[in-house]
Each structure stands twice: as structure tokens, then as C-alpha cells.
Design a protein around this ligand. Structure first.
Ligand SMILES: [Zn+2]
Length: 405
């Protein structure tokens, strides 16, 4: 038994040492007082601050979080949050001040350093200091090459600056980091960036490079509709008529709902080639594939009217009206053809009947608070329960000449 006494003593000493160490970790001396390091996080100021933040009461959140930092000025995450809240409040100078002060702290871990820099970059971005924001995000990527947030912000900043090559390079880095489930979305974004690079090349007269970018955009994602239009335009500039026709035809096949974007180009092309029937064929093909396609009917109606086939045009336009009774351009086209046909009484009658059977403004009343729609004027919104919140929806004028509403 006596043999075990020294062992017991050593064990007790070890436990005491551990307890002191724990206490040291938890408490520290500041201004001659012992401060509980955990207090800041445990204080009701911190919890209240987070609650105010969640309920979007930003001023109260700032007040409580500031109180929490006074309990323990060392608590890094509370300062970080406080800085971010200042930024969201539009107090960018304060946010920058808070985050820059954190960067001066000794013994920051690499993760902490990178995160503070990221917040600082967002402050600069919000304040419109683009170069300093780019610098901060680039610094984060240097410290942590796989930081997807920093890469994403860098891409967006380059896009805003129309620096398409940089945006594209960074998107490629992001693609390499992301999983297979995000690849379709990635392909779509890369497609639009390639398309922008093509337009940039075209603006400086480099048609060959422009065409390659447009082709690449289409290869990446056939949903990049503008790339088909642009590729056709470049081919035509290069004197390659078949190439132009091919590009626009491919748009019709890959995205029939966007086919109408190529109508004016194709109609003009076939007119120049003295092959107007080809335009008619393409419209008919679209209508056969999608019976709802009012744009193809409108285009075909206009095309036939130009060629003097007014009665046929009238039938297509009336059918277009059935599928899109709200389309002012369709009504205009119908009246154009009716005038050409000397307002034939029977035809006008058919137009009036068709318009009458179409339901206009099915649900014109909209709740201004929650956007609930209703066919009749309601005094209390059934969705958000607001009183007297319905207004009648109006279509805004294309150009607001008077400025009054
Ligand atoms: Zn409502």
C-alpha cells in the first residue's frame, strides 16, 4: 500500500495540472481581472444578437453583438459577424475597419486569415473598390487554392468588369473543383462566357477567333441560344451563306422555343437567295412540332402577307391569336391584313368572334404585398391576410414619356 503512495501523488499532481491547464484555457487575465473566454459566446448579448440577425432587426443585432465583443474583445467570430452586419447595413467603412483590425491579430490560423480576407474582399466589393476586392479574393485563393467562395466572387467581379477571359479561366478552376452533379450548370455558364468571348473578338474584327468561340459555346451547351445567332452572323460576314443557314437551323432544332430569334435573319437570307419557300417550310415545321407555337404563325402570316397571299396569312394570324390573345403584335398584324383585304365584312366578323372567345386579363388583380393573383377585386388577401392590398395590374408602356404613374 505504501508503495503506491508516490504513484497516487503523481496522479493527483497530473489531475491538478490538467485542471489548471483547462482553467488557463478558459480564463485569462485582462486589466487585472480574470475573464472567462467562453463568456462572450455564452452571454445573452451574443444569443440575442444572432436572434435579431435572423429576424432581420439589424440595428438591434449590431447593438447586442457590440455588447458581446465588450465582454470578450478576443472573440474572433463575433467581430467577423459584426463586421459583416455593418457591411450589409451599408456601413462599409466600419466593416473594413473591423475586418482590417482582425487581420492585424497575431497567431491567426490559415483558415481564420483566409476567412477574414474573404470578408474584407466582400467589404471592398460592396464599397465599389473593385481593384482592392480583386486583390483580397486573389490573396484568399493564393492561401487556399480550393476556396470556392473566393473563386466565385472573383468570377462575378471579372464578369461585372466584362473581363471575360479572366472570368472564363476562373470558372474553369471552379469546374475542376465541383462534383459531377453541377456539371450541366457549369457547361451552361461556360457556354455563355465563350459566347461573350466571341462577341469580344468580333468587336475587334477577329472573325475567325469569334467563330471558334461561338462554336465552342454551342459544343459546351446547345442551350446557348445567342451563340447560334452570332455564329450565323459571323458566317454571313465571312461570305459563308450555307454556314449561316446551318447555324440558324441548328438553333431551331436544339431550342424550338427560341427559334423565333432567328426568324428575321432567315427570312432576309432566303429573300436574298430568292428562295422564300424555305422560310415558309421552316415555319410550318415548327407549327407541326408544337401546335401552340404562335410566334411561328405570326412570322408566317407576316411573310405570306408580304408575298400577297393575304387570305392564307389571315388564317395563320387568327390561329396565332387563339394561342396568344394578349399579343398586341398579333392584333396589329391581323388589322394590317384586314386592311389589305378591304375590311371584308365576314373576315372582320371572324376576328371579333375570335377575340371575344379569348379571355383577356384572366387575373388582373394582384396583392402588392405577396403577389397573390385574383380575377376579382378582394378586400382582404386570402394568402397574406393584408387588407386592401389589391391593385389592378397594368402593362407598363414601352417608353414612359410623361414619367407619371
Ligand atoms: Zn397578399
Amino acid at each position: 500500500m505504501e508503495d503506491s503512495l508516490p504513484l497516487l501523488g503523481a496522479l493527483v499532481a497530473l489531475l491538478v495540472g490538467l485542471a489548471v491547464g483547462k482553467a488557463w484555457e478558459r480564463y485569462k487575465l485582462r486589466d487585472g481581472r480574470w475573464i472567462d473566454r467562453r463568456r462572450a459566446r455564452d452571454s445573452h448579448h451574443y444569443v440575442l444578437g444572432l436572434n435579431f440577425l435572423v429576424s432581420n432587426q439589424i440595428d438591434l443585432a449590431i447593438e447586442e453583438l457590440s455588447q458581446a465583443t465588450r465582454v470578450d474583445s478576443d472573440a474572433l467570430e463575433i467581430h467577423l459577424i459584426l463586421g459583416n452586419v455593418h457591411r450589409e447595413r451599408g456601413q462599409v467603412a466600419r466593416a473594413i475597419q473591423v475586418h482590417q483590425a482582425l487581420l492585424q491579430r497575431p497567431k491567426l490560423t490559415k483558415v481564420e486569415h483566409a476567412y477574414i480576407l474573404l470578408c474584407l474582399g466582400l467589404d471592398f466589393k460592396r464599397g465599389g473598390f473593385v481593384d482592392r476586392a480583386l486583390e483580397a479574393f486573389n490573396e484568399v485563393v493564393r492561401m487556399d487554392p480550393n476556396n470556392q467562395y473566393a473563386l466565385l466572387y472573383l468570377q462575378k467581379l471579372h464578369e461585372e468588369q466584362h473581363q471575360w477571359a479572366d472570368a472564363h479561366r476562373i470558372r474553369k478552376q471552379l469546374v475542376a473543383l465541383s462534383g459531377p452533379d453541377t456539371q450541366p450548370r457549369n457547361q451552361a455558364i461556360l457556354g455563355f462566357l465563350e459566347n461573350a468571348l466571341g462577341s469580344e473578338a468580333l468587336a475587334v474584327g477577329d472573325r475567325g477567333r469569334a467563330a471558334r468561340h461561338f462554336e465552342e459555346a454551342i459544343d459546351l451547351d446547345a442551350g446557348t441560344a445567342p451563340a447560334f445567332l452570332n455564329l450565323g452572323d459571323v458566317r454571313l460576314m465571312q461570305g459563308d451563306v450555307a454556314g449561316a443557314e446551318n447555324a440558324w437551323d441548328r438553333l431551331m432544332t436544339s431550342s424550338p422555343e427560341r427559334a423565333y430569334l432567328a426568324f428575321a435573319r432567315l427570312e432576309k437570307l432566303y429573300e436574298q437567295l430568292a428562295q422564300p419557300d424555305k422560310f415558309e417550310q421552316r415555319c410550318l415545321r415548327l407549327i407541326a412540332a408544337n401546335s401552340q407555337d404562335w410566334r411561328a404563325r405570326l412570322a408566317l402570316g407576316g411573310h405570306l402577307a408580304k408575298r400577297g397571299r393575304d387570305l392564307e396569312a389571315f388564317e395563320f394570324l387568327l390561329a396565332a391569336l387563339e394561342h396568344n390573345p394578349h399579343g398586341l403584335t398579333v392584333h396589329q398584324a391581323v388589322w394590317g391584313v384586314l386592311l389589305k383585304l378591304d375590311l371584308g365584312r365576314a373576315l372582320v366578323q371572324r376576328y371579333i368572334e375570335s377575340a371575344r372567345s379569348s379571355v383577356f386579363f384572366l387575373d388582373p388583380h394582384v396583392c402588392v404585398k405577396c403577389h397573390y393573383r385574383s380575377t376579382e377585386l378582394l378586400w382582404q388577401c386570402p394568402h397574406c391576410h393584408e387588407w386592401n392590398s389589391f391593385v389592378e395590374e397594368r402593362i407598363a408602356p414601352a417608353q414612359d414619356a410623361t414619367g407619371e404613374m
